[in-house]
Design a protein around this ligand. Sequence first.
Ligand code: COA
Length: 329
Amino acid sequence: MTELLTAGIVGTGMYVPAKVLTNADLEKMVDTNDEWIVSRVGIKERRIAAPEETTSSLGANAARAALADAGVSASEVDLIITATITPDMPWPSTACHIQRALGATRAACFDIEAACTGFVYALSLARNYIATGMYRTVLVVAAETLSRITDREDRNTAILFGDAAGAAVLQPVKAPTGILATYMGADGSKGELLELPGGGSRNPTSHATVDSRLHYMKMKGNEVFKFAARAMASSNSKVLTKAEMTIDQVDLLIPHQANMRIIEAAARLSNLSMDKVYLNLMRYGNTSAATTAVALAEARIEGRIKSGSVCLLVAFGGGFTWGSCLLRL
Ligand code: COA
């Protein structure tokens, strides 16, 4: 058997729409207030895509930034994997729409759906394609327009979600840099706690599904909350064991940006102090698959990640799904 190659991230990029939706704006839409949102969740504002923007246009913008950062042209990309729960349309895939926007004509394209864990899952896939030598340059894009499936009349969810995209270019790299280990988990029995019930084969789109607001996401927030911190901590422990490393060797934790209290609990359970945790949820809210991708790109822009830094990405989300990706940049 031929030896496996080491895959690494050689470029990152991000894009957020210009329009800002603040807690004060939300106070005019639902029965909520800035103090409650900041203390219970930690979000101050989120970005909302303009009407002409789509998940693929956000994703293409992030992808262009990642390709420029990597010094890789669109024509060099062998595969585009897009992680999203808000595709441009059921099909063709959002990855195909991004391919067209970029002119990445050589690339194979597909989407994956692992909700907020999508970027971490996609990195794991990309790593394997590179490790086996099947593809050399893989573009992973995590892009969401959650504003299109958020019920602005439901204060449980209206305050949480925003729109954004992040991207990463992966290629073979020389150890000790590169992806050190990945871990993916799921529990389908908890699916109904966080779901978009309408528009699929179970509830095909009809006047009734629209009238019942089934095309907006539904969430049992408390149940999700209870599960999330433990799932992320356990995921971190599993990926560190796989890499034969300890939490002390991690320079920066990049967690899914859903709720400050969940992040603090996950960090505590992972025995990591908060000064080693990257946070941007106050600015963008929960952008599902995009949070970890945007946070990784932004942490690099801000200089929080240096050459040789060990980063631990961790996420959880609908499905339920959860996962971690440990890498040295
Ligand atoms: N503004 C003001 N008050 C609100 C509110 C809002 N947006 N949403 C709920 N409340 C009220 C409730 O009605 C309740 O009032 P009561 O005590 O008078 O009945 C009180 O606040 C507490 O509600 P509760 O649902 O227990 O709050 P919570 O501390 O669990 O916070 C979430 C709610 C949604 C913020 C929290 O459960 C959460 O973040 N869950 C995880 C969600 C998530 O991350 N989803 C995405 C996963 S990828």
